[in-house]
Design a protein around this ligand. Sequence first.
Ligand SMILES: Cc1cc2nc3c(=O)[nH]c(=O)nc-3n(C[C@H](O)[C@H](O)[C@H](O)COP(=O)(O)O)c2cc1C
Length: 331
Amino acid sequence: MSIFIGQHQISDPVLLAPMSGITDAPFRRMVKRFGVGLAFAEMVAGRHVLSGQDRTNRMLRHDGSGVQAIQIAGRDPAIMADAARFVVDQGADIVDINMGCPAKQVTGGYAGSALMRDLDQARRIIAAVAGASRVPVTLKMRTGWDDASRNAPELARIAEDLGVQMITVHGRTRCQFYKGRADWRFISDVKQAVRIPVVANGDITTVADAQTCLEQSGADGVMIGRGAQGRPWFPAQVIAALQGQAFTLPTIPEIGELLLAHYRDLIDSGDTWPMVRIARKHLGWYAAHLDDPRAFRTEVMTAEDPEVVLDAIDRHFSVGTDLSVSQARAA
Ligand SMILES: Cc1cc2nc3c(=O)[nH]c(=O)nc-3n(C[C@H](O)[C@H](O)[C@H](O)COP(=O)(O)O)c2cc1C
C-alpha cells in the first residue's frame, strides 16, 4: 500500500490529521518518532499567513524531518494564492486546502466547509492555490454541507481537474459537526469519482477501525486525528497492523518519558505562559493511561511552573523504573 502525492511517495498511507492547537511541530515530532505516512500541520488562515504574528509563525514552523504538509484556509482566491506562495517559500512540501472546517468563525467567513455550498468559489480558490504553488496541492473536505447535499464526489472531481493531487474526506457533513458516526461507505463514492488518491478520515481509534474503514471506503489510506491524542504511537500501530507486523505498546514509564520530551519541546517552542496552557490538553490525554488519572490531573492542570509539571510526570509515570510491557495501559 503506497500512494504518490506528486513526487512524494508515501509508503504507509496512515496520515496524521490537521488539528488546530494540537498538530503543532512538537506534536508532529512525537508522532514522527514512531512513524507516520504524513503529518499535517494545523490550519492557518490564509489572511494571517503573511501577518508575521508570533502565533502564526509558530504554527508554520518546520518540524525538522520529512515532508512538511501545511494547511491553509480562506475564502479569497488571491489571498489564498499569496498564502500558498509564502508557505512554500517557508519550506512547505505540500499545501492542503481546508474545505472541511465546520467552525462558525470559519464558515461564517464562508471558508472551510462553507465552500462545499459554493462550488464556484471553491473552484476559484483551488485554481488560485494550484496556480501559485510549485509543490503538490491537496484538499480536505467533508461529505457535504448537510444530508441533502453530499457533494464530496463532485468537489473531488473539480479538484482533480484543477490539478489537486490527493483528497481527504472526513465522513461527516458540516451540519453533523462531530456528532453521529463518520460514514466510511460514502467515501467510496468519492474514491470512484477520481483517479487521484483518496484518504478516508473520521472516528478511527482502533486498528480494527482502520481496517474496517479501508474495506468500507475502498480508500487509498486513512487519516487519524483524535485517535492520536495522548497516543502519538497510534498511527505507527496502525501501520504495523496493516503490514501484518507486531507492535509493542509503550509501558507507563516509557509513556512518561515521551510526555517529558513532548512537554519540554512544547515549553521550548514559545513563550512559557501560553505554552504551559497549550500543553495542558496533552497532559490530560496522556493522563488517561494512568491508573489514577485524577491525582495527576489535579497536580498539573493548575500548575504554572513547568518544573512542577515535569516533576509530577516523573513521579506519576514512574519514569526511570522498569515496569513490564504487560503493565502498559495503552491499548
Ligand atoms: C480539536 C480539533 C481541531 C481540528 N482542526 C482541524 C484543522 O485545523 N483542519 C482540518 O482540516 N481539520 C481539523 N479538524 C478535523 C480533523 O482533521 C478530523 O477531520 C476530524 O477530527 C475527524 O477525524 P478523527 O475522528 O480521526 O478525529 C480538527 C478536529 C479537532 C478535534
